[in-house]
Write a protein that binds this ligand. Structure first.
Ligand code: OGA
Ligand code: MN
Length: 277
């Protein structure tokens, strides 16, 4: 089935577009839709389908049209990572750090390309997911800043992001986080497309060559400027919503909610094609 006409609605100035008139059946069968989503992701960073109730099977089939999927070996269905604080969830202890601005896979040589996230169980309040463009963050630097940052390199460290959630880690936690080797990325990512974005977020531990206070101040300032409320799309979920985001040109985070209430999201993630350079 090929039916490429789709109606869209822009969600905010810098980030986000909603695709209207799409249901789960069309996600599965409209062969032109994935290609349209790729263009919409380039333009808007986030693509929203409201209340499509795709379920894992259709989510995975649709995500595969965007590329091969990251395998999450700890989960019964390795194409789908469940995000929840259920103690039975094998990654529950790492999820508190989703509350801080981040790029998925920032500790990897090649971070994920696209993430596909759907809401299965939501809380009455909070639990939104927020997105901010790191392309816009670069574009809105002054010309002098763009020149100054061109050669800077940043160490990304698992312990930096995790410590925000666990300020007094146990030796077991420290040993666990140390299983992720430090990763150095340029501050400015020049994509193969020619566009540039900032590589920022909670794993950014230090700028090489700056003294620690200056380094921290710069990383914090860049993150703050990129994520002022007017620059952020905050998506308040309904069950069945499905969101795609361009993980290479955005930071995202989960917003607070009452953790005694269950919240469960399902994520499928398309393998990255481009290292940060
Ligand atoms: C993620 C993530 C945010 C959320 O799945 O990578 O950061 O709101 N999720 O659950
Ligand atoms: Mn994430």
């Amino acid at each position: 089935m090929s039916m490429s006409a789709i109606r869209t609605k822009v969600l905010s100035a810098r980030v986000g577009v909603e695709v209207l008139d799409v249901d789960a059946d069309r996600l599965l069968h409209d062969d032109a839709l994935a290609g349209r989503c790729v263009s919409l992701l380039e333009q808007h960073g986030v693509v929203l389908f409201r209340e499509v109730h795709a379920g894992d099977e259709i989510q995975v089939a649709f995500a595969r049209k965007l590329g091969p999927l990251v395998q999450f070996g700890k989960y019964a269905n390795p194409d789908v990572m469940e995000i929840s604080f259920d103690p039975a969830n094998p990654n529950a202890k790492y999820f508190p750090s989703n509350d801080y601005w981040h790029i998925d896979g920032s500790m990897d040589a090649v971070p994920a390309k696209t993430s596909v996230l759907s809401a299965h169980q939501i809380t009455d309040e909070g639990g939104e997911t927020a997105f901010a463009s790191t392309y816009a963050a670069y574009d809105e630097l002054s010309a002098a800043e763009q020149r100054r940052f061109a050669g800077l390199r940043v160490v990304h460290r698992m312990a930096r992001i995790q410590r925000l959630s666990y300020p007094d880690p146990t030796s077991e936690q420290l040993a666990d986080w140390a299983r992720w080797p430090d990763r150095v990325h340029p501050l400015v990512w020049t994509h193969e497309s020619g566009r540039k974005s900032l590589v920022i977020g909670a794993s950014a531990a230090e700028v090489i060559g700056l003294d620690p206070a200056e380094s921290r101040a710069l990383l914090d300032e860049l993150e703050q400027r990129a994520t002022t409320p007017d620059r952020v799309l905050t998506h308040a979920w309904s069950v069945g919503d499905l969101v795609l985001w361009d993980n290479t040109g955005l930071v995202h985070r989960a917003c607070a909610f009452d953790r005694s209430q269950p919240r469960r999201m399902h994520r499928s993630t398309v393998v990255g094609e481009e290292s940060i350079k």
